[in-house]
Design a protein around this ligand. Structure first.
Ligand SMILES: [Zn+2]
Length: 306
């Protein structure tokens, strides 16, 4: 399975340097990714070859700042989280602010990883200015990666909320179980997903979600890969599982309006964009899990009986 994986250098060792963000704001080699309302600007007009726009720090007068890391050339990268109503950035008429859904799979691997880091950190900087324990004001520390409460002294960090997403196959491995969410309009099918609750393990989350949404019990479960999804702060943990019994599946009728077993041929044609069924888009972990199942099955088929 080929989820994107690069080695973005977050330069975490710099975060403890006193005043490091102010120093880098004065560094002419530093570059800034500006985020406003969950959106960024891209360089160039062609979305299919989009790159994140990187500007010198001097072009951003008013923002909440943080250190993102170093780029491929080792130059410092800063985050400027702009005020929601901010008009502080000199926006040229041809500049467009785009979100993660707009950019989809158009960014390269490095920019894609950088974008998700920037959106996740900017979301926390925007949404969590006060101490969750006592409501006091906070000061930023660790180059924007921590906040300390000015009243009770507790230190807080950007949160990540785990969620599971699961591709379930039939006991014989020949069919894949997918569900249609009420919010997707009826044509779209995908893997089952849900948030981990307080005090719950990932394994328990998977079994609970599948029982709730499809009525299926699972006989085996294995972790595959993960994808951060900063809306506002999720980490999707992808699993494969095998159903105990393929009969008796049923949608919960609330969140999930239909549950179906799909053959290998049906999945292959849906991935090719043919037929009535829609599948998740190319940048999603859901699609990667579906493709992973399809390719496994093909490999099994090719090897033939032993
Ligand atoms: Zn406090």
């Amino acid at each position: 399975m080929t989820m994107r994986r690069t080695s973005l250098d977050r330069a975490a060792e710099l975060r403890t340097e006193p005043g490091v963000v102010d120093r880098l704001r004065g560094d002419e080699t530093a570059r800034v990714i500006a985020v406003r309302d969950g959106r960024v600007r891209i360089a160039g007009a062609d979305l299919s070859e989009a790159e994140l726009l990187r500007v010198p720090p001097s072009e951003i007068p008013d923002a909440t700042w943080a250190l993102l890391g170093r780029d491929a050339e080792g130059l410092p990268l800063l985050l400027a989280s702009l005020p929601p109503e901010g008009d502080s950035v000199d926006t040229a008429p041809d500049e467009t602010w785009l979100g993660l859904r707009d950019l989809g799979a158009n960014l390269g691997a490095e920019d894609s990883e950088l974008l998700i880091e920037a959106l996740a950190l900017a979301g926390w900087l925007r949404d969590a200015p006060f101490c969750p324990r006592c409501g006091g004001g906070t000061e930023l520390r660790q180059a924007g990666w921590s906040r300390r409460c000015l009243v009770c002294g507790r230190e807080h960090f950007p949160r990540t909320d785990p969620a599971v997403i699961v591709a379930v196959e039939s006991p014989d491995g020949e069919r894949l179980l997918l569900g249609a969410n009420a919010n997707w309009g009826g044509r779209m099918y995908s893997c089952f997903a849900g948030f981990t609750e307080a005090g719950e393990s990932l394994e328990s989350t998977v079994h609970r979600e599948l029982a709730e949404e499809s009525g299926v019990r699972l006989s085996s479960l294995r972790y595959v890969s993960s994808q951060p999804w900063p809306f506002p702060r999720s980490l999707m943990l992808g699993f494969r599982a095998v159903a105990v019994d393929e009969h008796g599946v049923r949608p919960d009728g609330d969140e999930i309006i239909d549950v179906r077993w799909f053959t290998r041929a049906e999945i292959a044609s849906a991935l090719a964009g043919e037929g009535p069924v829609g599948l998740p888009g190319p940048a999603s972990i859901a699609r990667a899990l579906i493709v992973s199942w399809l390719e496994d099955q093909h490999e099994t088929g090719r090897s033939g009986p032993q």
